[in-house]
Ligand binder design. Sequence first.
Ligand code: 13P
Length: 256
Amino acid sequence: MKKLIAGNWKMNGSLAANEALLAELAIGLTKGLAANPNCDVAVCVPAPYLAQVQALKSAHPGLSALDVGAQDVSAQSAGAYTGEVSAAMLKDLGCRYVIVGHSERRQYHGESDALVADKAKAALASGITPIVCIGETLAEREAGRTEEVVKRQLAAVIHANGHCISEIVVAYEPVWAIGTGKTASPEEAQAVHAVLRAQLKAATDQSARVKILYGGSMNAANATSLLTQPDIDGGLIGGASLKAPDFLKIIAAAHV
Ligand code: 13P
């Protein structure tokens, strides 16, 4: 399956910093993507910068293959929801992806499994691929509950989305590995990915289409060992996606 390397810029960037980062990526991607047509690359940027990133994409031929994504979407389609951004708006701005259910949103904004499932549904209804994040906390892992937690989180999305489930991307992001420098070992990550693959297989005969990304302190040094696991189909990269040389090295590591 074609791998996907997606950057999650989180709440970072500025007009000037984004321009500099994308100019550097443009140079590297021209070389990298030509050598590696089997890897999709995306950046999920803060909503206020989506238009800027699209404009930069048009300006730099080296960015033509780069896909753009958002980091959150409303479950509602339109109306009196101050501060929210709808899937139709993201589509209007040329988004191919939107992250839903990131652990930072579950943790700091109280997003439930059901809300995350509805957000995935809203994205799919507008023709945007939701990157659905799931993952256990350290306490849950230590209590031996990893499998139960990730299966519950994914089950909610499967339940709400029926046969459309084959159109999503899943990102397994153990909460304890995010921004901590602690990565799940390739074996630990693969074990969870295999569980998720089996769950998807039971839900749809199109499960082979569903990419399962790993996220959590993936960097230039550990990317190869993670991306060569049989059920790891790419990465969702936080910190390392803000540094062009590191992000480009991870993209190069997806060349398998
Ligand atoms: P880091 O790569 O900074 O650990 O973040 C991972 C992440 O949360 C991507 O969504």
